[in-house]
Design a protein around this ligand. Structure first.
Ligand code: ADP
Length: 398
């Protein structure tokens, strides 16, 4: 069975074509700058040379049709015709309270996604454009959507409610939803496999540390808390997002700086985080380099980030009354040896012990705690596309 995984942004489409019999990626690629000048498709067939196609890609239908052409091309394609695609899996961002699992797409599902548009104005409309484009070009191929929020729907009410008047929840659905759920699900299930234990018998804390970052607490196979909230702004300080701040700062700053709603939104989402603190970059590699050469604000940004991760892990160990494994994933979690070491060595009171030699690794799956330590430490590269492909296969072969 072949599954095409599609992740649509407002001006981009990421895709991977999987052969599910052996879970291998046949080809992957990226359409960029949809609707803008200089739109481009970069197609990478596995084991063959990369192909870059410049074209006037004005909308998602044209984008997807170019992807299909690339996949079926006589020279750089990987399938002989598009009927070989058995199912399509979409990455969905916000499924609100309506979706606690992946689902086969039909008209009612599209309506329900549209009802969540207000909560994810940048993300949900492009997903719908992608779904419509696929329906137009491949009307008989079943489509599934896998939401970033779904894995977190098991959180108990006392963990997902905010201390606002209850009507805010009833009227507008204001509550914690959490994001990166597909990633937290993948690495938490994977760590159980690597430990040779049943997922349902473990207390796991997963740290998805990338440009956007979140931590999740998974007890007996269910997410019980996570650091992102109503939107992906809450929780840790991130590349450009401020994370947790005193909410009273918002009206204070708006008054002092005479800011509009859009300006403050941009300030806390795009200008803050490690970029805002360091004044250097949102990229952790640049900040680590600057800190090494003695830049105090770069060091401060790193210290703040590390400190916040340590606090979240500690609070989730408390929430679960213990922890068996801590997993690091995403760009920073998979690659920053220093960050993993600093965070893990601040958690020794829980029973973590870093094996520095084993921790000397980037982007590979490995346990890096000292043999026999009470709490196991792991690096596990995330694979959200594989989860989407697996869920799509499961739903379409039911
Ligand atoms: P996104 O949230 O955009 O998916 P990623 O998970 O790809 O982000 O993570 C991107 C972040 O990972 C960037 O800030 C980048 O600096 C960081 N990163 C990648 N490689 C390294 C590395 N070797 N050391 C430190 N940080 C790294």
């Amino acid at each position: 069975m072949k599954v095409l995984v599609v992740n649509c942004g407002s001006s981009s489409i990421k895709y991977q074509l999987f052969e599910m019999d052996n879970e291998l990626v046949l080809a992957k690629g990226l359409v960029e700058r949809i609707g803008l000048e200089g739109s481009i498709l970069t197609h990478q067939p596995t084991g063959k040379e990369k192909k870059v196609i410049n074209a006037n890609i004005t909308n998602h239908v044209i984008g997807i049709s170019l992807v299909l052409e690339a996949l079926t091309d006589a020279n750089y394609g990987v399938i002989s015709n598009m009927n070989e695609i058995d199912a399509i899996g979409h990455r969905g961002i916000h499924g609100g309270e309506k979706f606690s699992d992946s689902v086969l797409i039909n008209e009612n599902v599209i309506k329900a996604i549209e009802e969540c548009n207000d909560m994810a104005p940048l993300h949900n409309p492009p997903s719908i454009s992608g779904i419509n484009a696929c329906s137009e070009l491949m009307p008989n191929v079943p489509q599934v959507i896998v939401f970033d929020t779904a894995f977190h729907q098991t959180m108990p009410k006392h963990a997902f409610m905010y201390g606002l008047p209850y009507e805010a929840y009833e009227k507008y659905g204001i509550r914690r939803y959490g994001f990166h759920g597909t990633s937290h699900k993948y690495v938490s299930q994977r760590v159980a496999d690597l430990m040779g234990k049943d997922f349902k018998d473990l207390k796991i804390i997963t740290c998805h540390l990338g440009n956007g970052s979140s931590v999740a607490a998974i007890k007996n196979g269910k997410c019980i808390d996570t650091s992102m909230g109503f939107t992906p702004l809450e929780g840790l300080l991130m590349g450009t997002r401020c994370g947790n701040i005193d909410p009273a700062i918002i009206p204070f700053l708006m008054k002092k700086e005479n800011m509009t709603l859009d300006q403050i939104d941009n300030y806390i989402n795009k200008k803050s985080g490690v970029l805002g603190v360091s004044g250097i970059s949102s990229d952790f590699r640049d900040i680590e380099k600057a800190a090494e050469s003695g830049n105090d604000r770069a060091q401060l940004a790193l210290d703040m980030f590390t400190y916040e991760v340590v606090k979240f892990v500690g609070s989730y160990a408390a929430a679960m009354n213990g922890v068996d494994a801590i997993v690091f994933t995403a760009g920073v979690g998979e690659n920053s040896i220093e960050m993993r070491e600093h965070i893990s060595s601040s958690l020794e009171y829980l029973g973590t012990k870093v094996d520095k030699e084993k921790n000397n690794i980037r982007g590979k799956e490995r346990e890096f705690s000292v043999d026999g330590s009470k709490v196991k430490l792991f690096v596990i590269p995330t694979n959200e596309e594989l989860v989407i492909a697996r869920d799509t296969k499961t739903i379409c072969t039911k």
